[in-house]
Design a protein around this ligand. Structure first.
Ligand code: DOR
Length: 441
């Protein structure tokens, strides 16, 4: 029987402990029991030990996604808890927070408990439901946050819809603060975005499509920051997309207001020009913006103004996407592509590797109060092993998610999750199929 797993001579990267060294990491009974140069030298010969050795591999703390849509209950054809968590594990995630815009909306103890129970029974990676801010996400009456928290919710959000009413938002911040729950806002003034298909700019004009102006995000973030300051609550902005919102957040942080934010891989990598061919895979909410926004988001992520990266994994089926742009549902899948896509920004020098890992581990853990994943003696064994040199081409048909809606199909990437471990259990391991092998250089 295997009693220990040894990661032999890996480059271990743990920004929270300033660790970046070639070491052995030993895992026993769900915990990391040894970290050090050649620390497992005398263990590797034992037949009770599984040795994982891969030249040049990196070992990181398991990743945390603050923002995924797992579609259960109500749209299990697009995704469900089991497939979503499989995709998460394949992407290197060990903690997934799932948004409440399901059918029914997760505004109740019973839905939260169902999600927690399903995930627990699967025994893969951990699921943390996010409850709704308002009943039915209608923006009117506050949901019963005490019940949500008690059942396992780690935050509240009406994601997909914005809480536009200032009085409701004020009360939501006050009420959530009493349970120490962060309020995650989908910042969109719906009055300014009615009928919008994409970012309002030169491309929307050219295509003759109604635009979603940046200011619809900015006015909500500005108001919410003022409200959060006034009532002293924890406020988090989902999928920040504009340079204006970045400016407001920078100012808020400088003044010590408890505001945090996340950015998605697609907003860091694509602009509204991706819509020039009317590709519904590029329709997302908030929309893809302009090069100057992308630049501002990248800088803000690098300097910590934007705290975390979140996937906004939003699976949709062909019936939602293989239609004309105006009819198409917004959203892109993200769990399995996040890390490989963003490693490209590290190679380009946009982001340091340690900041990338921090934005996917410690920073999101802090937003929702989860244990910070670490690589050190005694830590819970939540780990992801990455081959940084493996080159592959994104083929949506080969992903674990049930949906295929990605604008990155056919993109060449470098860097691949080889193994994900959650509490000492191997929850994902790279398949060894011939056409799955890294392409030769
Ligand atoms: O693109 C998006 N898709 N943005 C959202 O806010 C919601 C999400 C979804 O649920 O599909």
């Amino acid at each position: 029987m295997t009693e220990a797993i040894v990661f032999r001579r890996v480059r271990a990267l743990d920004p929270a402990g300033a660790l970046d060294a070639e070491v052995d990491v030993v895992v026993e009974r769900g915990r990391i029991t040894r970290v050090g140069r050649d620390a497992a030298a005398e263990l590797v010969a034992s037949d009770r030990v599984r040795v994982v050795e891969r030249a040049g591999a990196w070992l990181m703390p398991g990743l945390i996604d603050l923002h995924a849509h797992l579609r259960e209950p109500g749209a299990e054809g697009k995704e469900d808890v089991a497939s979503g968590l499989r995709a998460a594990a394949a992407g290197g995630f060990v903690d997934v927070c799932c948004m409440p815009n399901t059918r029914p909306v997760n505004d109740s103890r019973v839905v939260t408990e169902m999600l927690v129970a399903k995930a627990r029974a699967l025994g893969t990676v951990r699921l943390h439901p996010i409850g709704a801010i308002t009943v039915g996400q209608k923006g009117e009456h506050l949901a019963e946050m005490a019940d949500l928290k008690d059942a396992g919710a780690v935050a509240v959000s009406d994601d997909g819809r914005c809480v536009t009413n200032s009085q409701v938002m004020r009360r939501a911040l006050e009420y959530a603060a009493t349970f120490d729950l962060p309020v995650i806002q989908h910042a969109e003034d719906h009055a300014l975005t009615e009928g919008a298909q994409m970012h309002e700019g030169a491309v929307s004009t050219k295509l003759g499509l109604r635009g979603w102006p940046r200011v619809a995000e900015d006015v909500i973030v500005a108001r919410d920051v003022l409200l959060a300051e006034y009532v002293g609550a924890r406020y988090h902005v989902a999928h920040v997309s504009t340079q204006g919102a970045v400016r407001i957040l920078r100012d808020a942080k400088a003044r010590g207001i408890g505001a945090t934010a996340e950015v998605t891989p697609h907003h860091l990598l694509l602009t509204h020009e991706a819509l020039l061919g009317y590709d519904t895979a590029c329709k997302v909410n908030p929309p893809l913006r302009e090069a100057e926004d992308v630049e501002a988001l990248r800088r803000a992520l690098a300097d910590g103004t934007i705290d975390c990266i979140a996937t906004d994994h939003a699976p949709h089926g062909v019936l939602d996407k293989h239609v004309e742009l105006a009819e198409a549902a917004p959203g892109v899948i993200g769990l399995e592509l996040c890390l490989p896509l963003l490693l490209g920004l590290v190679r380009q020098g946009v982001l340091s590797l340690s900041r990338l890992i921090d934005a996917l581990t410690r920073a999101p853990a802090r937003v929702v109060g989860l244990e910070v994943p670490r690589i050190r003696d005694g830590a819970r064994a939540d780990l992801v092993l990455v081959d940084p040199l493996a080159r592959w081409t994104i083929d949506p048909a080969r992903l674990r998610t049930k949906s295929r809606n990605t604008p990155f199909a056919g993109h060449a990437v470098q860097g691949r999750v080889v193994m994900t471990m959650c509490e000492g259990r191997v929850v994902h391991e790279e398949r060894h199929e011939p056409h799955d092998e890294p392409e030769a250089e």
